[in-house]
Design a protein around this ligand. Structure first.
Ligand code: KIV
Ligand code: ZN
Length: 521
């Protein structure tokens, strides 16, 4: 056996805030179940710290952080809190169930934030830092303190706050570029200077947290590491406030691909990045831009003749990392009407699905049906049909048939048949457009008071015969909680009806389980 050479690279801690900063941005809210699913995936992928939410922000956030704390096996689970005692206690209550709990408390330190937002003098802010960190340390040993708007904070005051936080027991110090204002040189120098000036700086891990307002978030993050930070705060797909946060997948792959100039390593299994990105895009209904680095659909696509020619001669001509290294299997067209079960099973395996015999047979039948209607079956089509099928396994209501009349001659109408627990029910409805007509028909068969909070369509693959993937989010007016239904079909109207029914099924299942819990209690 050969002895392993110890790594000479510094380990960088990956702190993922998809479920907090990411979820905080307009249009990216996730349901409780979706948050758990994302948290499980982050843990499996090797994220070191999962910032699971902001427990004081809402009961939903508190419940999600509590549930994530209870289930996560490897990662540290972190809850965010402002400097107030109530905030910190709420975060402490939520993370106390975690195997490795952390409280992350933040307070603004820049002149503009202190004067207008907090309306407090620097001396008061300094006292609040100490009080917040001390309170958090009563709950947990692992406390992070953040100087909000750190990059626009006066240097001496920033150092005093950092010094006070470390003395009060903070084990991680985060200096965020809250408004995405800094530049790489400036941020690198800031970390070096703070670490040199604060006497006990070696008692804490320094952390970067960059927003992307000037498109510099990842560059600034890497510069912060050069300045001595060893924790990176980031999100999948770069989602987050305004222009977003530094993207986890970009940082991880920059470190891996340019190890010659970035002597660091992370614990992330990069081959899971593509699926993680898809999971977050689906959960948030926030599509990934086509040309997004690492996880965009064009990230490994070569269109021009010159590039294709180069790629055929040697892949390194135009690829600096392999698609496989981030979990992208090359899109292929081999699945179709003539494909056999064995090849289909093999394809599913490549895509990361292990289905039981019955599920495999069902998925195979559905793939054949799709192949009759669509010329090319791409990997994404297969993923969509399997995901949808798994999700609809125990549905009470199913779409049996839908016919719509659309076009300029209105009124648009829909004739819909649903299978409601084995009984077929058919109605006809009109509406302001075919989608509205189909949804009105659903309403007639399944009267409900849920509010339509989101309706979104995108094409899974290209071409006019592409599958449409539809997300429908319904909000339960009684509890304020949301559920999301998703469905894919080459017919946008059918996908829309199936997604709506999917959401209603979830709502129904949730209400039933709540009633059951009340009956037991
Ligand atoms: O951007 C920011 O400053 C934050 C803090 C809460 C860390 O998100
Ligand atoms: Zn932020």
């Amino acid at each position: 056996m050969t002895a392993q050479t110890p790594s000479t690279k510094d380990r960088v801690v990956i702190f993922d805030t998809t479920l907090r900063d990411g979820e905080q941005c307009p249009g990216a809210t996730m349901t409780f179940d979706e948050k758990l699913e994302v948290a499980d995936f982050l843990d499996a992928m090797g994220v070191d710290i999962i910032e699971a939410g902001f427990p004081i922000a809402s009961d939903g956030d508190f419940e999600a952080v509590t549930a994530i704390s209870r289930r996560i096996k490897n990662a540290t689970v972190c809850g965010l809190a402002r400097a107030g005692m109530k905030d910190i206690d709420r975060a402490g209550e939520a993370v106390k169930h975690a195997a490795r709990p952390r409280i992350h408390s933040f307070l603004s330190t820049s002149p503009v934030h202190m004067k207008y937002k907090l309306q407090k003098e620097p001396a008061e802010v300094l006292d609040m830092v100490v009080a917040a960190v001390t309170r958090a340390r009563n709950w947990v040993d692992d406390v992070e303190w953040s100087a909000e708007d750190g990059t626009r904070t006066e240097f001496d005051f920033l150092c005093r706050c950092v010094d006070a936080a470390i003395k009060a027991g903070a084990t991680t110090i985060n200096i965020p570029d809250t408004v995405g204002y800094t530049t790489p040189d400036e941020y690198r120098a800031l970390f070096r200077a703070v670490r040199e000036n604060v006497v006990n700086s070696d008692k804490a891990v320094f952390s970067v947290h960059c927003h992307n307002d000037l498109g510099l978030a990842v560059a600034n993050t890497l510069a912060g590491l050069e300045g001595g930070a060893r924790q990176v705060e980031c999100t999948l797909n770069g989602i987050g406030e305004r222009a977003g946060n530094a993207a986890l997948e970009e940082i991880v792959m920059a470190i891996k691909t340019r190890s010659d100039v970035l002597p660091y390593e992370t614990g992330i299994d990069a081959s899971m990045l593509n699926r993680a990105s898809k999971l977050v895009a689906a959960a948030t209904s926030f599509p990934v831009q086509y040309n997004k680095a690492i996880v965009g659909r064009n990230a490994f696509a070569h269109e021009s003749g010159i590039h294709q020619d180069g790629m055929l001669k040697h892949t390194q001509t135009y690829e600096i990392m392999t698609p496989e290294s981030v979990g992208v299997t090359k899109t292929s067209l081999v699945m179709g009407k003539h494909s056999g079960r064995a090849a289909f099973r093999d394809k599913l395996k490549q895509l990361g699905y292990e289905l039981g015999e019955n599920q495999l047979q069902d998925a195979f039948t559905r793939m054949k049906a799709l192949a009759d209607r669509k010329k090319h079956i791409y990997d994404e089509d297969i993923e969509a049909l399997v995901d949808e099928h798994i999700a609809s396994g125990q549905d009470r209501v199913k779409v049996v048939a839908l016919t719509v009349i659309a076009g300029t001659m209105g009124p648009q109408s829909a004739t819909l048949t649903l299978d409601v627990e084995g009984v077929h029910k058919t109605v006809q409805a009109t509406g302001n457009g075919p989608v509205d007509a189909a949804f009105n028909a659903i309403h007639q068969i399944m009267p409900h008071d849920a509010k339509l909070a989101l309706y979104q369509v995108h094409a899974v693959t290209e071409g006019t015969d592409a599958q449409a993937e539809v997300s429908v989010r319904l909000e339960d007016r009684q509890t304020g909680k949301s559920v999301t239904g998703r469905a894919a079909d080459p017919d946008t109207m059918v996908a829309s009806a199936k997604a709506y029914i999917g959401a209603l099924n979830k709502l129904d299942a949730r209400r039933k389980s709540q009633h059951a819990q009340h009956a037991v209690a």
